[in-house]
Design a protein around this ligand. Structure first.
Ligand SMILES: Cc1cc2nc3c(=O)[nH]c(=O)nc-3n(C[C@H](O)[C@H](O)[C@H](O)COP(=O)(O)OP(=O)(O)OC[C@H]3O[C@@H](n4cnc5c(N)ncnc54)[C@H](O)[C@@H]3O)c2cc1C
Length: 437
């Protein structure tokens, strides 16, 4: 039997991000993935500004920026006639959100995964492909997981990053609460090539037969197709029938390289932890894609969890790991509600979907000691720059950081949120000792 400190199940965006964070802090970890390779498909193609900040800290920002681009303007069509242009995202006001990133960055999910995987490999990490986690047992000291082929791995902690249909979550008996809408029409999402269609716009076609969208995928010659499912099995022929009926421009797709059929739904796991097993990403929360939050919330789960696993492994008496569920379940509750509101068109995509205002002010880890704090507070995300100082450069890396600014003294967590804030350093050392900073 092999032993490791952390076993991560699933090499989607969540598992890969966690793998990078664990590798850079020197934690012994194994990632297993049931697929023979990284999953294909453009799926979660929008990286929100907060996720870009996280990816910058993890050392992959240049590759992400080079491989993606901003979203094009949306162009609405009806019966072959242009109805007009539409802005999908409300713009950020200059400087208001304290980030150098102001718009979501479009990059197909398969490409994001490739970039994360390359970073993981560069840090010495690996993914064991074609290894499916089948069963597990846990006791006070660890978790034993059986994989395909009968291999067993014993880990001090296991992270279920195995997606929305998580077998681990089911095996643990953790329920999902949500508003699954089985009566809603299913959607087909897929990657297609459509010669002759302009790549300057995200095309949205309205027709009697239903809606059809084609978004040019930056860095590729493909479009992401999104269509209320036409009758029949998904195939190039059904896609072209839908294009004929709904787009009315005489355009045809030449291939369908990946597709998935799904019903938009919202669901949240009742718990994010059972003993030594933690749920992260889609295993813990499922969002309707129209909100563009699923992958983003997942990456940020991993970023919250990595340093806490590191703390728990370093000091078994540490209680920090307990704050993962406290903090991330609260965030996920808000994000699935937001994504549903966006889907119902009650909320515009803008400041709230950029995820820069998310904070942990209510967390038991946040300690605000100033009687009248103003500006940056305990639990807040540290802004990119303040008073002309590049704060993100000062806090970059897997460690805690201390900042002294005109507003006060701040001890910043490894994930870039203020843990402790005071008028002076008085009390800082006690907090640092408590959290193992
Ligand atoms: C059609 C569609 C459109 C979407 N659009 C958006 C969007 O616009 N914006 C956005 O932010 N998000 C979007 N999402 C959501 C986004 O794709 C997910 O939130 C994201 O993939 C979650 O990452 P994950 O790593 O948690 O799970 P996944 O990406 O599902 O990865 C889980 C991995 O675990 C592996 N696995 C499963 N079971 C086992 C096992 N037992 N043993 C070993 N490995 C296992 C799987 O093979 C898979 O590789 C969309 C999703 C879909 C399906």
């Amino acid at each position: 039997m092999q032993h490791t400190d952390v076993l991560v199940i699933g090499a989607g965006p969540t598992g890969l991000t966690l793998g990078i964070d664990l590798a850079r802090r020197g934690v012994d970890a194994v990632i297993v993935e049931k697929g023979a390779a990284l999953s294909p498909g453009s799926r979660g193609k929008g990286l929100q500004p907060r996720t870009l900040e996280v990816l910058q800290d993890l050392g992959v920002l240049d590759e992400i920026l080079a491989a993606g681009g901003p979203y094009p303007t949306t162009l609405l069509w009806k019966n072959g006639v242009r109805l007009g242009e539409h802005q999908m995202f409300d713009p950020a006001k200059a400087g208001e959100e304290g980030s150098r990133f102001t718009v979501p960055w479009m990059i197909p999910q398969w490409r994001t995964q490739e970039i994360l995987y390359a970073r993981l490999r560069a840090l010495g990490g690996q993914v064991r492909f074609a290894h499916e986690a089948l069963t597990h047992t846990q006791d006070d000291d660890g978790v034993t997981v059986t994989l395909t082929g009968g291999t067993t791995i014993r880990a001090r902690y296991v992270v279920a990053a195995d997606g929305g249909r998580s077998t681990l979550r089911r095996a643990l008996g953790i329920g999902m609460t949500g508003d699954g809408a089985p009566e809603a029409d299913p959607f087909l999402v897929g990657d297609v090539r459509v010669p002759g269609l302009s790549r300057d716009h995200w095309h949205m076609f309205q027709a009697e037969a239903g809606f059809l969208g084609l978004c040019p995928l930056t860095g590729t010659d493909q479009f992401q197709l999104f269509v209320q499912l036409p009758s029949g099995e998904p195939s190039l022929a059904t896609v072209n029938a839908a294009l004929r009926d709904r787009a009315g421009l005489g355009i045809q797709a030449t291939d369908l390289t990946w597709h998935s059929v799904f019903r938009p739904r919202t669901a949240l796991a009742d718990r994010f932890r059972a003993g030594r097993v933690l749920l992260a990403g889609d295993a813990a929360h499922v969002h309707p894609p129209s909100g563009g939050q699923g992958l983003n919330t997942s990456v940020q789960d991993a970023y919250n969890l990595g340093w806490k696993l590191g703390a728990a492994l370093k000091d078994p008496a540490s209680t920090i790991l307990g704050t993962y569920e406290e903090e991330r379940r609260a965030i996920a509750t808000g994000m699935v509600a937001l994504a549903s509101a966006v889907q119902r068109e009650e909320v515009r995509r803008g400041r709230s979907t950029r995820q820069l205002d998310l904070n942990y002010r209510e967390s038991s880890l946040s300690r605000e000691t100033r009687p009248a704090p103003s500006g940056l507070r305990a639990g807040d995300r540290v802004p990119d720059t303040l008073h002309g100082i590049d704060l993100h450069a000062r806090i970059q890396g897997p460690h805690w950081s201390e900042l002294t600014l005109p507003e006060g003294v701040f001890l910043v967590r490894p994930d870039g949120y203020v843990g402790w804030a005071g008028d002076s350093r008085e009390g800082l050392a006690e907090y640092a000792a408590e959290v193992g900073a």
